[in-house]
Design a protein around this ligand. Sequence first.
Ligand code: MUC
Ligand code: MG
Length: 371
Amino acid sequence: MYKSVETILVDIPTIRPHKLSVTTMQTQTLVLVKVTAENGVVGWGEATTIGGLNYGEESPESVKANIDTYFAPLLLSIKKSLNVAQTLTLIRKSINGNRFAKCAIQTALLDIQAKKLNLPLSEVLGGRLRDRLPVLWTLASGDTDKDIAEAKKMIELKRHNIFKLKIGSNALQHDVDHVIAIKKALGTDISIRVDVNRAWSELECIQGIQQLQDGGIDLIEQPCAIEQTNVLGRLTQRFDVAIMADEALTGPDSAYRLAQQHAADVFAVKVEQSGGLIEACEVAKIAKLAGIDLYGGTMLEGPIGTIASAHAFSTFDSLAFGTELFGPLLLTEDILKTPLQYENFELVVPQAAGLGIEIDEDKIEQLRRKA
Ligand code: MUC
Ligand code: MG
């Protein structure tokens, strides 16, 4: 039983403009959810998206409105003791869609449950197989020389040695030349991947991917439109370079359909896109059964969604393409008392109970959107 459910929007400037094919981010709006159980235990979750409605179909404001209007009254109306699975079943019966809100609420309930059991959240999901996750960095300043300098700095700091380049907003050849120039500057040992964020037609995909494959690029993320899973499948058959589904992957149902078609070599698993941590683990299981590799994705969440994802990803059998759990590092402000631990090109999965982080509520109060 629950005492309160609060949704907080926190606007934080990014450390530099983050240029995607669908938008250029200067700020990230964190959607934070705080659930307090009857016994006073507090759980946190996050339902952050990218660029308002530029990236997905849920905006920070719509997520907040739906949690405040529908999820919170439903949770507060529960008068008997239900476990997490029973509570999630009740939510699913009453509320359609809303994967991001569902993920945030589920994370908060699992955080409470894990704290009650005095276990890290990963153990409530079945148990971690690793304590550290490799984390890449996205180069998205929009400028080749700035991107090369940024990458070299990250390698020197031992923060990241794998890079993803955001392309798709310029003419195809301009983007391909930009990627190849960065690959040449960083050398053969550094893995370079691209995320086209669905900007290319099938013909552009064929022309672009051929050159990127020849140039030594390791992974091509969501090159075509979300609905064009047949195109994604054809590209997967045609090219040796790994093709990854990101936006096309919206939870276990779509994972099952993509797996049946073998429409991708790799799945970018995102906890919010999946509709929760449990569903993200289901996506990972479907991928395993279909012989599809895994990558731990992000919606550029702050520390709460990032560490929730880390707990889920730590339970995956294999994570062949690593993760991109760098969201908090793109922000100018932290909302934790102790920052997440990034060292030796990896993120450390906490051992303390629940999510294993300490929220700085005074900082959230300072930064929260007031009106
Ligand atoms: C996406 O499509 O992958 C994740 C990392 C990043 O730079 O952008 C996001 C969204
Ligand atoms: Mg992507």
